[in-house]
Design a binder for this molecule. Structure first.
Ligand code: ADP
Length: 554
């Protein structure tokens, strides 16, 4: 290779020329970028080329420079003839390094095919497409590439506008995620809605079935049934009601039922009904209902309240059971008891008489053992007498004929006497009397003694190891309470409710005692006749306190 020899001055000259050329090139680029000139020089395989921008004007280039999008111009070979600063920033390169580069430098492998297609197409017509650009550090930026041809003096160039889609893509992505979440939420809501609809459907069905069940049941039981609202109006009767009373819905609905209740039973029925509505306790009453043929039959009415989960009454369900036949049976039984006790009384009276005669006959000659037999017979006869007297009382009560004279009674004296008697009859028991003196009431001493003795007999009968019995009077305002307490077997709440019923006895297999369940029934009747109150306070296994209260004479 032949080397051209230059003198030092020549070299200095050349060097100066090259420096000027470089300066000029830099100035040109700067001038073009800032819109001061319309041409640029590019060095490619064919040496330096000058490009002038035919349509370019100052405003246009300033505008391009300030745009938010990257803008580049390529020649056929893909060389970047012009770039705005934005594009250089996007690609993380200084502007002067961008110009003259082949645009393919920024195209990653993944976008190469698409980019080539777009460029190819872009030379023929305007087109757009999304591609990825890679900067020097291979960081990818999604971009929208818009191609359009540009006529320069030197020929046609391709202008590319590159819109950074990073934020848009991120937003799109977020939107997509949000959309997916929305869709998931929608699906969940729809599922929930479907489930809810299913539940409602099932509940409606259940309700329908239970209503049908109720109707079927109500119309097929022998009793008359009804439902009433918390304020008392009846809103439903079963078919039996209409069959029995012969009335129509319009006559019976609300409070209309009153016209079929026997006039004598109506006040008591209404009292109990209103009381139940007020307290929410079970409604129970016996009364006569008029049948379609104008005859009356006894019924046992019972109604229970149906409550919601907060305890408020929704409605009441009532039944009326025909007890006419049982009542007749009871009447027959009462009649039988009445006759039998009468019939028993006559021979008992003669028996007692003869026993008295025997007792007083040749007293000194009677051996001790016979005296003992006579004593035992006398105890047995007294017991029999009490039983027959009770039976007679019961039948009198049933017939409404338990009558006795009333007068002033010194209750304190009566109690002292009863205590003394009890100590004598039951020497194995301890009687503790806590009595106030001078208590006066209106009543029948014999009958009140009967009540007290019934209480005491029961306390003795139902006591266990602790044989203490307390007799007590308590005065509260103008009322005296007389009570008999024991430490015996006691009573359950259920038993207490029924204790004053006729012939009611607690079925206790462990504690067998004699008795017919008449004593308390008679006692209650006597105390009621005295305008008093009878009651019991007790707990199972913890003894019982039976009491009555009477108005004082002040
Ligand atoms: P009886 O003759 O059967 O005692 P009552 O009418 O006097 O009849 O009493 C009815 C029932 O009440 C009794 O069978 C008994 O179960 C119960 N009772 C009465 N007094 C007491 C008491 N002091 N303690 C426990 N239970 C009692």
């Amino acid at each position: 290779m032949e080397l051209t020899k230059y003198t030092y001055e020549e070299l200095l000259l050349q060097n100066e020329e090259l420096r000027i050329q470089l300066e000029e090139a830099n100035d040109t680029i700067d001038a073009i970028r800032t819109g001061q000139v319309d041409a640029l020089i590019v060095k490619d395989a064919e040496g330096h080329q000058l490009y002038t921008l035919k349509t370019a004007d100052q405003t246009y280039r300033v505008f391009i420079e300030k745009m938010n999008e990257g803008a580049v111009t390529l020649n056929r070979a893909g060389t970047i003839l012009y770039s705005n600063s934005r594009f250089a920033t996007m690609m993380n390169l200084p502007l002067e390094k961008v110009i003259g580069l082949n645009f393919a430098f920024f195209i990653p492998e993944i976008s190469a095919e698409k980019f080539n297609d777009l460029i190819h197409k872009g030379w023929k017509e305007d087109c757009k497409g999304e591609i990825l650009l890679a900067d020097k550090q291979k960081k990818l930026t999604p971009c929208l590439l818009s191609c359009t041809t540009l006529d320069l003096d030197e020929g046609t160039a391709l202008s590319l506008i590159l819109t950074d889609l990073t934020i848009q893509k991120e937003t799109e992505w977020e939107l997509k995620v949000k959309n997916e979440q929305l869709l998931a939420a929608q699906n969940a809501a729809e599922k929930l809605n479907n489930e809810l609809e299913d539940t409602v459907r099932a509940r409606t069905n259940d309700l329908l079935i239970s209503r049908e069940h109720f109707k079927l049941l109500a119309n097929n039981i022998p009793q008359m049934t009804w439902t009433n609202l918390p304020a008392g109006e009846v809103d439903f009767y079963n078919q039996q009601w209409y069959n029995y009373t012969g009335s129509r819905y319009a006559d019976s609905v609300g409070w209309g039922w009153q016209h079929v209740v026997h006039p004598d039973d109506l006040p008591n029925t209404l009292d109990k009904y209103i009381e139940a509505l007020k307290t929410g306790n079970i409604f129970e009453v016996e009364n006569r209902y008029k049948r379609w043929d104008n005859t009356y039959r006894w019924h046992l009415n019972r109604a229970v309240p149906l409550r919601d989960d907060k305890g408020a009454i929704i409605f009441w369900v009532g039944t009326a059971t025909d007890i006419e036949d049982q009542k007749r049976e009871m009447d027959r039984k009462d009649e039988f008891i009445g006759i039998a006790s009468h019939e028993l009384r006559t021979p008992l009276t003669s028996l007692k008489g003869y026993l008295q005669l025997i007792t007083s006959y040749k007293r000194e000659e009677v051996p001790a053992v016979v005296k003992q037999y006579i004593e035992k017979a006398s105890v047995a006869i007294n017991k029999l007498q009490r039983l027959i007297n009770d039976l007679l009382d019961v039948s009198k009560i049933q017939a409404g004929r338990l009558e006795y004279a009333m007068g002033e009674v010194n209750l304190s004296d009566l109690m002292v006497q009863v205590t003394e008697n009890s100590k004598h009859i039951y020497p194995s028991h301890e009687f503790d009397s806590q009595l106030q003196p001078g208590i006066r009431i209106m009543g029948n001493a014999e009958r009140l003694e009967q009540v007290l003795m019934n209480f005491i007999n029961n306390s003795v009968k139902y006591s266990l190891a602790d044989k203490k019995i307390i007799l007590k009077t308590t005065i509260n305002a103008d009322v005296v309470r007389v009570s008999v307490s024991d430490y015996g077997i006691g009573l359950s709440e259920e038993q207490i409710e029924r204790i004053f019923e006729r012939f009611y006895r607690v079925e206790d297999k462990k504690f067998m005692t004699s008795g017919l369940g008449m004593g308390l029934y008679i006692s209650a009747e006597i105390i009621n006749n005295h305008q008093g109150k009878i009651g019991v306070e007790s707990e199972l296994g913890r003894g019982a306190t039976f009491y009555f209260e009477l108005p004082l004479i002040i």
